[in-house]
Design a binder for this molecule. Structure first.
Ligand SMILES: [Zn+2]
Ligand SMILES: [Zn+2]
Length: 336
């Protein structure tokens, strides 16, 4: 099969590689149709070393072979790949809350190759009426902000401030609006703010020109009910807190490792809650599928570029250098 190999420092070659094979009875062989390029991929491809494994984790595809122990899937089924491999046994895994499993067994990557092998329990059904292009956005891009907003108890009518209008932030705007909230989107790049308005944001704020907390208060009247940090920037969670009304909630979604917090001033004295949310649970996927049905949310509007697997290096350049007003890039692997 054809697959992308990372040669270090952003160099990628698309090469003929051995087809993966089913090694355990609970596994399936999946033909990859589409795979999104994610912020995580940006970091990995930029590392200096050559990687032997195939990356790519925002996958939609079709089952082409099944192990002898597979009971719930058949050849020909359309699926979305859930990245994290849980133990499959614990209560959390039984409930689809795989990020809580204490015995996770790695992850399913390989979306930048024509085939991958995944355990049956990592393959979530993709309804016929949702294209593969949309399908690959249903896990990370939509499911991740969906889980953050679900855990934060977002209610219809609430005012939400979304910091960062990359794919996850735009997904947050779209899902917040779909759930009946009002959204203000924040970014430093005007073309991303335009995309957020296209996703239904009622207001936008350019953080390079405006004070974000002031803009949030001016827009919401009393401060936001909920804010989401989708930037991954150090300290942005503090801005998320500063946007809140007393009693509001802030969620950290973009990964960063540091902030300088004064708990009394920024949390305790204002009765605000600071939380976090990583990736998605199965229920978030199913709810995003419902939001994505025809006539509903169209996540494809954030996809600015689609490239064939042979041109994946160009897709990464567009994404990393933010050229051509790039927001989200999808790689067409076998969906050509
Ligand atoms: Zn991702
Ligand atoms: Zn488990």
């Amino acid at each position: 099969m054809l697959a992308a190999r990372y040669l270090g420092n952003r160099r990628i070659s698309v090469e003929e590689m051995p087809d993966p094979i089913i090694g355990r009875p609970d596994e399936c062989l999946v033909r990859v149709m589409t795979c999104g390029i994610c912020g995580t991929d940006k970091r990995i491809v930029s590392e200096p070393m050559v990687r032997e494994d195939i990356q790519g984790h925002e996958v939609a595809g079709q089952v082409v072979a099944i192990g002898e122990g597979v009971a719930g899937l058949s050849v020909g089924d359309r699926v979305v790949v859930y990245n994290l491999i849980g133990c499959g046994q614990c209560d959390y895994c039984q409930r689809g809350q795989i990020t809580y499993c204490r015995n996770t067994q790695g992850s399913v990557n390989g979306g930048f190759g024509e085939m991958l092998v995944a355990p049956e329990r990592n393959l979530l059904p993709l309804p016929d009426e949702i294209s593969y292009e949309r399908g690959c956005l249903l896990s990370d891009v939509l499911g991740t902000p969906h889980k953050a907003m679900r855990l934060a108890g977002l209610a219809a009518g609430e005012a939400v401030v979304v910091l960062g209008c990359g794919p996850i932030g735009l997904g947050a705007v779209r899902i917040g609006v779909a759930r009946g909230a009002r959204a203000m989107a924040v970014d430093m790049l005007d073309y991303r703010l335009e995309a957020a308005a296209g996703m239904g944001a009622a207001a936008v704020c350019n953080a390079g020109r405006e004070d974000v907390a002031e803009a949030a208060y001016a827009w919401s009247g009393a401060g936001a009910d909920l804010s989401l940090d989708c930037t991954g920037r150090e300290g942005a969670a503090l801005t998320a807190l500063a946007c809140l009304r007393p009693g509001g909630r802030a969620m950290c979604v973009g990964a960063n490792r540091r902030m300088d917090l004064d708990p009394w001033k920024q949390i305790i004295s204002r009765d605000v809650t600071l939380g976090g949310s990583w990736y998605l649970h199965h229920e978030d996927y199913y709810e995003c599928v419902e939001l994505c049905r025809p006539s509903g949310l169209d996540p494809l509007s954030m996809v600015t570029h689609t490239v064939p697997l042979e041109e994946i290096a160009r897709g990464f350049d567009l994404f990393i250098d933010q050229r051509e007003s790039c927001i989200k890039v999808i790689v067409s692997v076998c969906a050509r």
